[in-house]
Design a binder for this molecule. Structure first.
Ligand SMILES: *Cc1c(COP(=O)(O)O)cnc(C)c1O
Length: 341
């Protein structure tokens, strides 16, 4: 039985009494992927959440809280996954959802999700950072509408549960955690989650995409460009928290190129794990850290943040959607040719 994160981690979340809005989020698989010399590599499959990304961990708490406080609607700016998650949880809660996206910048699967769940999608001419500023202004003016971006502290509290699950799964803290960084909420939530549990803190490695790597460049960016649309962000709202998390855990920020991201996505998929490009960035970063001998020994966990089916255009850059046409009466021979080309 899936009880949802609010009940499951009641003890650690310490939330005020509220009626949970849950879709059975969390409890995602952590797969032992490989052992590279002294490093045991684990992949946490956050694409297995109800709407296909880790955003659900925070959304269950944020939407429960919003409903409890009498909100009639939720609003968010989104590169796609927050929109899908907000739409689903608002639907479950009986609230309206408004999602504001940068026009033509969101993967189709995420648009379909948000729309199917019943959200109103509003597109602005501009980037994610401008969309976020606009929804912050709306939420400030209108008390009946709750902002559910990761600047909402309840979102980050919910996302701490990723750290709890890793601790419960391994029985101890890993030596390193590698995850993609966009608006920088998730890396901050993991840091606080590990700190709250007081069982050790892994070195935190935040991976950005080259072209959208303000935390590596150490200054905000007005123009951002990468195939990894979920982390196409130039002004991370939680930059200050993320910098502290990386510094205190003796980790670092690094960036990977689009071609490294696509190769990582292909390698994972050929091993049975299909993730979206932002998540593949974490794996690409993990490989660079290993090659540069920057990984500590022991258990290393990479957070694979979102499901590959959300964005089918990007993998079409390396995977063919054209089937091999064969004659049914020669199927055996055709298969033989593929086995021994
Ligand atoms: C939101 C998101 C990220 C980035 O998380 P932040 O908290 O914004 O840093 C990474 N990958 C995926 C798939 C996401 O949806």
């Amino acid at each position: 039985m899936h009880m949802g994160l609010i009940n499951r981690y009641h003890q650690w979340l310490g939330l005020p009494e509220l009626e949970p809005v849950t879709l059975g989020e969390g409890n995602t698989p952590m797969v032992h992927w490989a052992t590279w010399e002294s490093h045991r590599i684990w992949l946490k499959l956050e694409g297995c959440n109800p709407t296909g990304s880790f955003k659900d961990r925070g959304m269950t708490v944020a939407v429960s809280q919003a409903r409890c406080q009498g909100a009639e609607a939720v609003i968010c700016a989104s590169t796609g996954n927050t929109a899908a998650s907000a739409a689903a949880y608002a639907g479950r809660a009986g609230l309206k959802a408004f999602v504001v996206i940068p026009n033509n910048q969101v993967a189709l699967g995420k648009m379909i999700q948000a729309s199917a769940y019943g959200a109103t999608i509003l597109a602005i001419e501009g980037n994610f950072d401008q969309a976020l500023q606009a929804v912050r202004d709306v939420a400030e003016q209108e008390s009946w509408i709750a902002l559910v971006n990761s600047v909402n502290p309840w979102r980050l509290r919910g996302q701490e549960t990723g750290a709890y699950e890793i601790l419960d799964g391994l029985g101890h803290a890993p030596s390193a955690l590698v995850l993609p960084v966009g608006n920088a909420g998730n890396i901050s939530a993991y840091f606080h989650g590990f700190r709250r549990r007081n069982e050790g803190i892994p070195q935190l490695f935040g991976i950005q995409a080259q072209g959208a790597d303000p935390l590596v460049q150490e200054h905000e960016l007005d123009e951002v460009k990468t195939v990894a649309s979920a982390i196409r962000i130039g002004r991370p709202a939680s930059a200050h928290l993320a910098k502290e998390a990386v510094k205190e855990s003796r980790g670092q920020f690094r960036s990977v190129s689009d071609s490294q991201i696509l190769r990582a996505q292909e390698e994972l998929a050929h091993g049975g794990i299909f993730v979206e490009p932002a998540s593949a960035a974490a794996y690409a970063g993990l490989k660079v850290l290993y090659q540069k001998r920057l990984l500590p020994q022991g258990d290393v966990v990479a957070i694979l943040t979102g499901n590959g089916l959300k964005d089918t255009q990007t993998p079409a850059m390396w995977a063919s959607v054209e089937p091999q046409i064969v004659k049914s009466q020669y199927l055996t021979e055709s298969i033989g040719q593929f086995m021994n080309p």
